[in-house]
Design a protein around this ligand. Structure first.
Ligand SMILES: Nc1ncnc2c1ncn2[C@@H]1O[C@H](COP(=O)(O)OP(=O)(O)OP(=O)(O)O)[C@@H](O)[C@H]1O
Ligand SMILES: [Mg+2]
Length: 470
């Protein structure tokens, strides 16, 4: 992602104000961008580096306060100057408490003051960023709060969690199954001011719709068959703490409305009860589906999405951060060898290469399972390529693996799979070696059509460049 830097972002729904600041920016030679509402502002801030934001408190879609909170939670070094109406001192004070740099009152009587305020805000931003860069130049973190991984996207996740410590804003965690969404949710809770209060989890997809409502909001005696007594819901139990709504993409439109109400007003009713109750719960939601697509399909409410997505965390699939595989593999190796009382020392180079070229559809959870299985089955003290499951060997290809594979160690079915995959790899490897990496020549010799041949090469993750070198 390329990040452009913008000196000034103006968020206001009045054209005259936008024009006014455009003129100022041109005169001062500041790069400038306008946004007409909160959604546009947040969208711009997510995609760009901004030094200073001039933010109207009264905005359509999200209030200025919400945008301010978003900025302070996700990009605290961006300085915010709030614009209030005349005489709204209270709002100005509240904005300063939330971390705004300064405020200006409309109409602007003294333009010199406006310019100097913005100039000071930008100076402060540059200073803070400089300090931050110096700190970041240090060694990357190997992990954070028990989350392992040193890849760049994971560094960003750690920095984000760290930077939202002081916020209670909703978080939406998106990522494929097994990428660590629940781990991240726990880390966010543990580092927040709510750490001493409960962290409760509910899997929205695993509970039937009717029950889900009573689980979350509670019910009164006699509300439905089987409701033999009053019951508190998770929103009540988690009061002051965090509620993790897993697989949020699955809930029905009717239920989405009820969720929206708690998120907006902090209010809910127990099933079968008229009394409106209040709760103070921080919501972290997770999904392995693309909610933007669900919105387009009409299956997910856009307003709920924005309520949940005040802060967004995207966990990349493991295959996109292969450098995390070795530290994760050793982390799980240590965990399981200790649990099983085994003395496994290391993972061979070939085995690690195989692990790194496997696509890991089940992500970290699948890697964890593979390591557990290896630790259970292994007699020796080194995990070698031949000790890995056939499924991993079948989809990987490693030239340097010269280890003898004793197939009689495996049941017939698995032995056959392993033999087949070894044969396929070695056959393709020899053909490509002979043809100097020329796919047309190699596929011709194999009596296969070129596109099929290419498909198989891809399946075994063979890099034909290796054969072209000589
Ligand atoms: N970065 C990581 N470091 C250490 N362990 C991890 C990491 N990511 C995931 N795990 C482990 O992998 C397993 C799956 O993680 P988690 O349950 O958080 O994933 P998830 O994204 O919620 O998965 P699902 O979508 O299947 O619910 C857990 O046992 C967790 O401890
Ligand atoms: Mg999960």
């Amino acid at each position: 992602m390329t990040v452009k830097s913008t000196s000034l972002l103006i968020v206001d729904d009045e054209e005259v104000i936008l024009k006014l600041f455009e003129r100022v920016a041109r005169k001062e030679r500041w790069t400038y961008a306008p946004a007409r509402n909160g959604v546009e502002a947040i969208d711009f801030l997510t995609k760009n580096d901004v030094e200073c934001v001039v933010l109207d408190i009264h905005l359509p879609s999200y209030s200025g306060f919400q945008v301010l909170e978003f900025i302070k939670a996700t990009k605290p070094s961006v300085e915010v100057v709030i614009v209030t109406g005349m005489g709204s001192v209270e709002q100005a004070v509240q904005a300063l408490k939330l971390g705004a740099f300064d405020y200006l009152s409309k109409p602007f009587a003294d333009m010199d003051k406006v310019v100097s305020t913005l100039r000071n805000a930008m100076d402060k931003h540059r200073l803070v960023r400089k300090i931050h860069e110096l700190q970041r130049a240090e060694e990357p973190l190997e992990g954070y709060q028990g989350i392992i991984g040193r890849s760049k996207p994971m560094q960003e996740v750690y920095h984000l969690i760290d930077s939202i410590k002081g916020s209670a804003a909703s978080v939406l965690i998106e990522g494929e199954s097994g990428t660590g969404k629940e781990m991240v949710a726990k880390a966010i809770h543990r580092t927040s001011k709510r750490a001493k209060r409960p962290f409760l989890v509910i899997n929205c997809a695993a509970i039937p719709e009717g029950l889900l409502e009573s689980e979350l909001f509670g019910h009164v005696k006699g509300a439905f068959t089987g409701a033999i007594a009053d019951k508190r819901g998770l929103f009540e139990e988690a009061n002051g703490g965090t509620l993790f709504l897993d697989e949020i993409g699955e809930v029905s439109p009717a239920f989405q409305v009820k969720l929206l109400r708690v998120l907006q007003e902090g209010e809910y009713k127990r099933v079968g009860d008229g009394e409106v109750r209040r709760t103070d719960v921080r919501i972290i939601a997770a999904t392995n589906r693309d909610l933007k697509t669900r919105i387009e399909e009409g299956a997910f409410r856009e307003d709920l999405y924005y309520r949940l997505h005040v802060i967004g965390v995207r966990l990349p699939p493991l295959r996109e951060r292969k450098e995390d595989i070795p530290p994760l593999a050793y982390h799980f190796l240590d965990k399981f060898k200790e649990r099983l009382g085994k003395s496994i020392r290391e993972i061979s180079v070939d085995a690690m290469q195989a692990l790194q070229s496997y696509p890991w559809v089940g992500n970290v959870r699948e890697l964890e399972n593979v390591l557990e299985r290896c630790c259970v089955l292994l007699g020796g003290d080194v995990i070698r390529a031949k000790d890995l499951p056939a499924s991993i060997l079948a989809s990987t290809f490693f030239l340097r693996d010269q280890e003898e594979v004793d197939l009689t160690r495996f049941p017939y079915k698995e032995a056959k799979l392993r033999a087949l995959s070894l044969f396929n790899k070695s056959y393709l490897q020899h053909l490509l070696k002979q043809s100097g990496g020329n796919i047309s020549v190699a596929s011709d010799r194999a009596g296969m059509d070129r596109s099929n041949f290419k498909k198989i090469i891809r399946k075994y993750e063979i890099d034909i460049r290796e054969f072209k070198k000589g």
